[in-house]
Design a protein around this ligand. Structure first.
Ligand code: HPA
Ligand code: ZN
Length: 337
C-alpha cells in the first residue's frame, strides 16, 4: 500500500488528549520559559522514559509532564503544535479532550486553559481551514464532588466547550459513580462521552451508555468480550473511538496484529481511528491509519470508510460534516485516477 494514503486522507480526530500531545522538545522549552527544573533535561532522556506496562504507568508520567503548562500562551503553543502536525496528517476537524482538574489543582485558572486552547483552534480555523471543539474530561480517580465543582467552574465558559468526558485510571472507577455529574452536565447542554472498556470490563461500557447516556465510547475495545453489548452498540450506532497505537503501548493488546479493530468492523460497529496521546505513544493519527493499514491488512476502501465514519461520529453540524465527507470521496477518486 502507498504509505501516504492513510496520512493524507481527510479525517476527524475524536479521541485526542491535548496534554498528550506535549512533545519532549516543547516540554523542555516551556520548563525553561516558566523557570521549572525538570528531572530529565534532554529530549532523549525524556523520550526514553516512555516505556509503559499499563494505563497507570503512563498516567504517572503524563501528569508529571503537564506541570510545565502554566499560562494561556503555553496552552495555545501546545495546541498550535498539535494542530499543525494533525493538519499535515489529514485532520480536518478535531474534538479535543482536556483535563481541567490537572491544571486547576496546580493553581492554573480554568479560563487560562480554555483561552489558550480556543485561541489555537481559532488560528487553525483561520489559517488551515480546520475546525475544532473542546470536550472537558473529569478525572475518575479524583472524588466525584471534585468533578461536580469542576463542572460548575466551567459553566461561565460553557459556550466554548461542547461536551464532557471521563478519563484517567479506569479499573475501580466505574462510570456509574459519575451519574449525578453527567446528569447536571447534560442539563447544562454538554454532550456526554466517556472512556470505557480500555482496561475496564464490558460492564463499564454498559454503564457509560445506559447510566451516563454517553453518545460515544472512547476506546471500548473490551466491548468485544460481550456479544450482547456489541449488538447494542451496533444497533444504536453508538460510535467507538479506537486508538490502536495507544492500545499497543499500554499493553491493552499484545501487538497490533492482535488488535480487535477488524472484528469491530465486521460486527458493524461505528469505528474511528485516533491517536489518544500521540507524543507518548509513537504516532499521530495518520501514523495510526498507516500502521493499521499495513499490519491489519486494511485496504484503502476500508481506511476511507473509517475516515468517513470519523466525520459521521463527530458532533459537527450537518453542513460541515457533508462537506468533509465529500472531501473523503474526492481523495478516494483522486487516488484511483
Ligand atoms: N485512558 C484514560 N485516561 C487517559 C488516557 C487514556 O487512554 N489518555 C489520557 N488520559
Ligand atoms: Zn484517551
Amino acid at each position: 500500500m502507498d504509505d501516504r494514503f492513510g496520512m493524507t486522507l481527510p479525517k476527524a480526530e475524536l479521541h485526542l488528549h491535548i496534554e498528550g500531545t506535549l512533545e519532549p522538545e516543547l516540554m523542555i522549552a516551556l520548563a525553561s520559559r516558566n523557570g521549572i527544573d525538570l528531572p530529565l533535561s534532554s529530549v532523549d532522556a525524556v523520550r526514553q522514559a516512555y516505556e509503559f506496562t499499563n494505563l497507570q504507568s503512563f498516567l504517572d508520567i503524563y501528569y508529571r509532564g503537564t506541570e510545565v503548562l502554566r499560562t494561556a500562551e503555553d496552552f495555545s503553543d501546545l495546541a498550535a503544535a498539535y494542530l499543525r502536525t494533525a493538519h499535515a496528517q489529514g485532520v480536518r476537524h478535531v474534538e479535543m479532550f482536556f483535563d481541567p482538574q490537572t491544571h486547576t489543582s496546580r493553581g492554573v485558572p480554568m479560563g487560562a486553559v480554555i483561552d489558550g486552547l480556543t485561541a489555537a483552534i481559532a488560528e487553525a480555523e483561520a489559517s488551515l481551514g480546520m475546525s475544532g471543539a473542546l470536550i472537558m474530561c473529569f478525572l475518575r480517580h479524583l472524588p466525584v464532588a471534585h468533578a461536580m465543582e469542576t463542572l460548575e467552574a466551567a459553566l461561565p465558559h460553557a459556550d466554548r466547550i461542547i461536551g464532557v468526558g471521563l478519563d484517567s485510571s479506569e479499573v475501580g472507577y466505574p462510570p456509574s459513580m459519575f451519574v449525578e455529574v453527567y446528569r447536571r452536565a447534560v442539563a447544562e447542554g454538554f454532550v456526554p462521552v466517556a472512556h470505557a472498556g480500555e482496561e475496564g470490563p464490558p460492564e463499564y461500557v454498559w454503564e457509560a451508555i445506559d447510566v451516563l447516556g454517553a453518545r460515544r465510547i472512547d476506546h471500548g475495545i473490551r466491548s468485544m468480550e460481550d456479544p450482547a453489548l456489541v449488538r447494542r452498540l451496533a444497533a444504536d450506532g453508538i460510535p467507538v473511538t479506537v486508538c490502536p497505537l495507544s492500545n499497543v503501548r499500554l499493553q491493552v493488546v499484545d501487538r497490533l496484529t492482535a488488535h480487535p479493530l477488524p472484528a469491530m468492523l465486521d460486527a458493524g460497529l461505528s469505528v474511528s481511528i485516533n491517536s489518544d496521546d500521540p507524543a507518548y505513544f509513537g504516532g499521530y493519527i495518520g501514523d495510526n491509519y498507516t500502521a493499521v493499514g499495513a499490519e491489519l491488512g486494511l485496504d484503502r476502501a476500508t481506511l476511507a470508510e473509517i475516515a468517513r465514519q470519523s466525520f459521521r461520529s463527530s458532533f459537527l453540524p450537518q453542513r460541515r460534516r457533508d462537506a468533509l465527507l465529500a472531501e473523503v470521496d474526492a481523495a478516494v477518486d483522486g487516488d484511483a485516477s
